[in-house]
Write a protein that binds this ligand. Structure first.
Ligand code: ADP
Ligand code: MG
Length: 259
């Protein structure tokens, strides 16, 4: 497939390679997250530090219950930490109000869930356009952009279908389109292939690869090593802490495209 131009690289002023060291999209320090449970407190995240640069492709791994989804929800501003700091594009989001977080989420975050989370009685086009409604875009702009995004994720011929008229893989493509529509700074995906068969998973992973190549920052949770191989960096959580964090040597663009 041709490489997709899914989104405009937001920070043209800072091309990769120049000033890269300054271009942290995520900087978290000593993040903890406790959950009250009856009279107890469950300590789920126990002090996590993480720097993620713009344009990285990260796989987040770890056993079930290690805190992956809890961390993703914090990164995606769906939740706030018990303690610690989170700078998203240099802005401290760790103590924001729900309204402020909702605005940041809409602008900066594209979230893809294992269970797709589409509105059931709404077409693919409307599902994808919805985040633009909250962003205040005109109907014309919404429709135009949603069409463009759906075409890029391979659903040009399915725009007027509702979720129950689509396969699992197609539904996840719609969800990916919805995540991309506002040109966010980061794409977060929590086990996006968890409900898909292996062939469909491969297609979705190809899509994430294309999204990354188009200049996006991608963080993806998976427990399958094969899927994590697509990323350039693997962070492993264990018991609420980072157990390991390994970066692959950056392959040349030519080598990756040739795969
Ligand atoms: P993972 O995604 O790695 O499987 P989670 O982040 O979903 O793990 O959960 C990590 C731990 O936190 C689990 O033991 C889970 O039971 C606990 N947990 C998650 N959310 C809550 C909550 N809202 N209240 C209490 N415990 C929670
Ligand atoms: Mg999880």
């Amino acid at each position: 497939m041709e490489s997709l131009r899914l989104t405009v690289y937001k920070h043209k002023k800072f091309p990769l390679g120049r000033l890269r060291y300054m271009d942290l999209v995520i900087k978290i320090r000593n993040i903890t997250r406790d959950f009250p449970l009856g009279n107890e407190v469950v300590k789920v995240l126990k002090g996590i530090d993480l720097d993620i640069e713009r344009g990285e492709y990260v796989a987040l791994m770890g056993p079930s219950g290690s805190g992956k989804s809890t961390l993703m929800n914090l990164l995606g501003c769906l939740d706030t930490p018990t303690s610690g700091s989170y700078l998203l594009n240099g802005k401290d989001v760790s103590n924001m109000s729900d309204d402020e977080l909702a605005e940041i989420r809409n602008k900066e975050i594209g979230f893809v869930f294992q269970t797709f989370n589409l509105l059931p009685r709404t077409t693919a086009l409307e599902n994808v356009a919805l985040p633009m409604v909250y962003a205040g875009a005109s109907k014309k702009d919404r429709t135009e952009r949603a069409r463009e995004v759906l075409t890029n994720v391979g659903l040009a011929d399915r725009m007027d279908h509702k979720p129950n008229q689509l396969s699992g893989g197609q539904r996840q493509r719609v969800a990916v389109g919805r995540a991309l529509v506002n040109r966010p700074s980061i794409i977060l995906a929590d086990e996006p292939t968890g409900n898909l068969d292996s062939k469909t998973s491969e297609e979705i992973m190809k899509l994430f690869g294309d999204i990354h190549k188009a200049g996006n920052t991608v963080i993806l949770v998976t427990h399958e090593e094969e899927i994590a191989e697509n990323a350039h960096r693997i962070i492993r959580l264990r018991d609420g802490m980072v157990e390991s964090d390994t970066k692959k040597q950056f392959q040349s663009e030519g080598a990756r495209v040739g795969q």
